[in-house]
Design a binder for this molecule. Sequence first.
Ligand code: NAP
Ligand code: GCO
Length: 261
Amino acid sequence: MEMKDFSLEGKVAWVTGASYGIGFAIASGFAKAGAKIVFNDIKQEFVDKGLAAYKEAGIPVKGYVCDVTDEDQVNETAQKILDEFGHIDILVNNAGIIKRIPMLEMKASEFRQVIDVDLNAPFIVSKAVIPAMIKQGHGKIINICSMMSELGRETVSAYAAAKGGLKMLTRNIASEYGQYNIQCNGIGPGYIETPQTAPLRTPGHPFNEFILSKTPANRWGKPEDLMGPAVFLASDASNFVNGHVLYVDGGILAYIGKQPN
Ligand code: NAP
Ligand code: GCO
């Protein structure tokens, strides 16, 4: 093994939903490792906000308006990237939503919306880029899974179902396309400080104390905590890692929880 195996020099990475949050951090980590970055968001105004944030961070990027649940938009965006950059070496299916609603109060349409973004979209986007990866003889797909790929909790039935399915889609892409030197792995972030978890981190919210008591690291994760694991899974250093979900959770999954005083 050479340290250059961890480099992403010359690679083109598409990170979906990466105007901010975890996607922005992963794309930033890829840029530090030498990759060219492409991202998309659902509206031009969000893409523009993302472009401004990347510019402030000194990261050259290309941004596209693309709703990852819309197969035509996804296929058009994939083709635009291939036309402009010639190849897509790394895909991160990061775009995601959550709806925290007790199951008996959740409408079927709300359940379907979460499944559409968090599970159907990674299928659609992966399907759009795998043919080019087969043609070029290599590819890396990283699906952003969750603790809820393994655990349930009140109010997140749709999200847990989607993220559990995304773990198995990850394993199936690895199984079906590993023969073409395509590695598909997941990253399972723990509880990370982003807009998605902001409602759980309001001062005095009981969930905040709960998560700290369940995390050996005794802190919420930061998006930057995901940079290194993502670079590893996007690099040649992980060419024999396939179908794996790497949990970046501060130890939550390993820990029964702090005993009461
Ligand atoms: P976030 O702050 O809510 O950001 C989600 C991103 O996805 C936003 O840029 C959003 O764009 C985009 N997006 C949503 N629907 C989209 C669509 N249909 N098409 C294109 N883009 C879309 O979330 P985050 O916390 O960074 O999470 C990113 C990923 O990590 C998600 O898959 C999430 O489930 C997962 N995750 C998060 C945590 C955590 O603790 N934060 C933990 C585990 C896993 P808009 O702003 O335009 O909606
Ligand atoms: C929740 C949180 C979690 C995190 C993440 C944990 O409501 O429980 O939003 O779902 O977002 O997925 O890994």
